[in-house]
Ligand binder design. Structure first.
Ligand code: B3K
Ligand code: ZN
Length: 865
């Protein structure tokens, strides 16, 4: 009998335990590119060295090309063979020179991996396994080579030729051609290779390192985008100085170039000396980029720059170690951003992101440890778990060690593993050694998936003045991991007196490493209130017996801003969960807490804006055993309306606070704008008659995109006449700006209106919609699938729409298609009808003939649940 699944060969599974060192090393490689969009010739000259005592042939990875010629030590050979997609060349000695030539077609490369065309320019993306689409090579991160790259191209079409490292020569040739040569002195894995050929303009800068090396910086973009590069260049300089100051890391080449391209599968790429960026993380001016965009640009520029040490100088032995570079680098960029403005607000944003993306991943069918054990397609493992939970692991180790020992440990790590391909274990061992701590049990964080749940109950005996805190932990089962061991959870906590509001203890760091433990506090005179997981010291879910009154108290009195925010969120969440289940709830405690927060002039406005925001619909859903999207929406809207009405005067005050002062980019100005956007949302939610007029006036008068987009979002959620007008004005004003048009699509896809599913289906037919550009695909399809009520509208039209788009996109770009699939994997969390509809489209996806292994892995794992 043949079933639907057996019709396809089962895809190859790569396992961590099967790691073996490479048979051949390639200390040197010379590449010669005859660049042409339709047909690029690539000649590669590899110095290969046998690694260890064996008689295995040389195996070079390839994908999508054929060798035109192969030679060994200067002599053409024909005893090579192709196995799978590998080129296998028998070699007799310990060292040889192997040369190959291939032809590739950048302009037909729609998956945007390898060498491809974007906006008339040529660029590359090699991580994780794109280099094999350019030439034959052992395309694995533990093969480190010194690269020499020569490019020849039409000078008029591609006047700029860039590659990794430093430029060493350039010149003109007959026939309108020119050439350039670049050398990168630092051995690197193939995933860090990059070249760019194009018609680009540059914003140049210089940075003098602390040892006096002058580095030429360049941000390369289309000529007309040059005015939008100042912020990125600034962020680059700030990042370079920050890494010297905070981690003692200095830049190591004479040039550092960044190129922005419009077609890119993710945010950016840290290629040595030649970062390639999605243009959305470079281009910004106040008219087209929001405050959020400006911050994201600085964070991504910093992230990619920091990879020069955490990723490039010390790279990964194999892809199971991905979090070694990504978790650590995210932790580093979070520290950088925290230092640029409010550290508390940054922490709040990061935790919100973790809860929105990583917690659901950890609780669903695609859950995997920070160091996974196996994969079918490595591109599917560039996840919130590897990146963001990975960063939390580094943060916990930093907390356990304290700042001085943590810095000593990172110094040791960079020093010991410089120029090598390392493992997560190497990193932890450095933390242990320099920190003088035992992290044996802590290592479970790398192997056990799932978000630990901590229960905390505090008992107080007034007579004895003793308080007892009982803590217990539980790590839920995840696919392939039915039972778990207790983890090490660093929990920062403090007690506050319910009557006086004063702290009763200092902040303490408790390492909970048993299934349950008690902590006692003596001489606690008044009833204590527990502040726990302060600063979100551990990435866990805390369940406590704190009452609404206790949470409201902490929202007012806690001295840790994160804990204060958290208390407010918990209070809102408890209220919204009760309202969802029971159809109504008492809003009083939330309204009072929000009123107090708005009135507290001692608080940073950016913090206030975050603190008064209600938890998202999907986060409320995550608290329920069965997600009821309509009930959640109704409960949340009711609370929004009530807050809007009860605090009408305060929202107006908050709204007016930003005044009419012209735009400036500073933490204070950003905070005021953020609060104004939030206030506008509440004014609209209150049903105030002038809300649409107010929003439209803001929309028309705004001198910056933050205010303009906030107003558009408010209007897009409603059905006032101003809605269509604003959408049209916005569209026409930015018709030639792809990044802003993405916002136009996204705002409509995220709309709270009842007709959003139909509107999104129509937008997919819009002449400006295309699946060929990942940003555009994500702005409509990706945004819609996280709009909980719209995506899960009864009947399953949203699921079918996503499946149709995803199947179409898979033919062009499997990596980006696979990234859109996870919302369908949440079927277990919904009622039987919705679950059945979601499963039905997953079954359909799995059965598509020729579906990519990227999508197949995600869909079949999602079905297994
Ligand atoms: N290292 C790249 C991500 C590559 C993703 C490949 N599927 C960007 C970053 O994390 O900095
Ligand atoms: Zn990264």
């Amino acid at each position: 009998m043949i079933d639907a699944h057996a019709a396809f060969a089962s895809p190859h599974v790569t396992r961590r335990e099967e790691y073996a060192p490479p048979d051949w090393m390639v200390p040197e490689i010379a590449l010669d590119f005859a660049l042409d969009a339709g047909a690029t010739r690539v000649k590669a000259r590899l110095d290969v060295r046998r690694n260890g005592a064996h008689d295995a042939p040389l195996r070079l990875d390839g994908a999508g090309q054929q060798p035109l010629s192969v030679s060994v030590d200067g002599v053409a050979v024909n005893d090579w063979r192709i196995e799978g997609e590998q080129l296998v060349v028998p070699l007799s000695g310990a060292a040889h020179v192997v040369e190959t030539e291939v032809e590739i077609a950048p302009d037909r490369n729609t998956q945007l991996m390898g060498l491809y065309a974007s906006g008339g320019n040529l660029c590359t993306q090699c991580e994780a396994e794109g280099f094999r689409r350019i030439t034959y090579f052992p395309d694995r991160p533990d093969v480190l080579s010194r690269y020499r790259v020569t490019m020849t191209a039409d000078k008029a079409r591609y006047p700029v030729l860039l590659a990794n490292g430093d430029p060493v020569g350039a010149g003109d040739l007959d026939g309108g051609l020119h050439w350039a040569e670049w050398h990168d002195p630092f051995p690197k894995p193939s995933y860090l290779f990059a070249l760019v050929a194009g018609d680009l303009a540059v914003n140049r800068g210089t940075f003098v390192t602390r040892s006096g090396r002058e580095v030429q910086l360049g941000i390369w973009v289309r000529e007309q985008d040059l005015p939008k590069t100042a912020h990125a260049l600034d962020a680059l300089k700030t990042s370079m100085a920050w890494d010297e100051r905070v981690y003692g890391r200095e830049y190591d080449l004479d040039v550092f170039n960044i190129v922005a391209v419009d077609d890119f599968n993710f945010g950016a790429m840290e290629n040595k000396g030649l970062n390639i960026f999605n243009s959305r993380y470079i281009l910004a001016d106040p008219d087209t980029a929001t405050d959020y965009d400006f911050d994201a640009i600085a964070a991504v520029v910093a992230h990619e720059y920091f990879h020069n040490w955490s990723g490039n100088r010390v790279t990964c032995r194999d892809w199971f170690q991905l979090s070694l570079k990504e978790g650590f680098t995210v932790y580093r960029d979070q520290g950088f951003s925290a230092d640029q403005g409010s550290a508390a607000v940054k922490r709040i944003e990061d935790v919100r992101g973790l809860r929105a993306a990583q917690f659901p991943e950890d609780a669903g069918p695609l859950a995997h440890p920070v160091r996974p054990e196996s994969y079918i397609e490595i591109s599917n493992f560039y996840t919130a778990t590897i990146y963001n939970k990975g960063a939390e692991l580094i943060r916990m180790m930093a907390t356990i060690l304290g700042p001085l020992k943590f810095r000593a440990a990172t110094d040791l790590y960079f020093d010991r593993f410089d120029g090598t391909a390392a493992t997560c274990e190497d990193y932890v061992a450095c933390m242990e050694e320099a920190g003088d701590v035992d992290l044996s049990q802590f290592r479970l964080w790398y192997t056990q998936a799932g978000t630990p749940r901590v229960s905390a109950t505090l008992e107080h005996h007034a007579g004895s003045g003793r308080a007892t805190l009982r803590l217990a932990q539980h790590v839920p089962a995840t696919p392939g991991q039915p039972s778990k061991s207790p983890m090490v959870l660093p929990l920062k906590l403090r007690l506050f007196g319910a009557e006086t509001g004063a702290p009763l203890t200092d902040e303490q760091l408790i390492l909970l490493d048993e299934t349950s433990e008690s902590v006692t506090f003596e001489t606690v005179a008044e009833r204590p209130i527990l502040s726990i997981n302060r600063g979100f010291s551990a990435p866990v879910v805390v369940e406590s017996d704190r009452t609404a009154a206790d949470l409201a108290f902490l929202a007012r009195h806690d001295d840790d801003p994160f804990a204060r925010y958290e208390a407010m969120q918990q209070l809102m969440l408890d209220t919204l969960v009760a309202a969802t289940i029971e159809g109504q709830a008492d809003h009083r405690a939330v309204i009072d807490a929000v009123a107090d927060t708005l009135a507290n002039e001692g608080l940073d406005r950016a913090f206030v804006a975050e603190a008064v925001l209600l938890p998202s619909e999907s986060f409320i859903g995550d608290q329920l055993s069965v997600v009821d999207p309509d009930a959640i929406f109704a409960a949340r809207e009711a609370l929004r309306r009530d807050l809007g009405r009860s605090l009408a005067g305060q929202w107006r005050t908050a709204y007016d606070l930003a005044g009419d002062a012209p735009y400036t980019y500073s933490p204070q100005a950003k905070g005021l704008r953020r609060l104004r956007s939030v206030a506008l949302g509440y004014i609209a939610a209150s049903g105030a008659e002038d809300a649409a007029t107010l929003a439209f006036r803001q929309f028309e008068r705004a001198d910056n995109m933050t205010d303009r987009q906030a107003a558009l979002t408010t209007l897009a959620n409603g059905d006032d006449a101003e809605r269509e007008a604003a959408l049209d004005i916005f569209y026409n004003r930015y018709a030639d700006n792809g990044l802003v048009l993405d916002k136009w699509f996204q705002t409509q896809a995220l709309s709270a209106r009842d007709d959003t599913p139909q509107a999104v289906a129509l937008l997919a037919e819009h002449p400006d919609f295309t699946l060929a550009n990942p940003n555009r695909a994500r702005s409509l399809i990706g945004a819609f699938s996280v709009n909980q009520r719209a995506f899960h509208a009864a009947g399953g039209a949203g699921y079918r729409f996503l499946a149709d788009q995803l199947i179409a996109l898979d033919k062009l770009n499997p990596q980006t298609a696979a990234k859109l699939l996870p919302p369908l994997g949440r079927w277990k969390r919904f009622d039987a009808t919705r679950a059945g509809l979601m499963r039905a489209v997953l079954e359909r996806i799995v059965a598509v003939p020729g579906i990519s292994k990227d999508v197949l892995e995600q869909a079949s794992k999602s079905l297994e649940g």
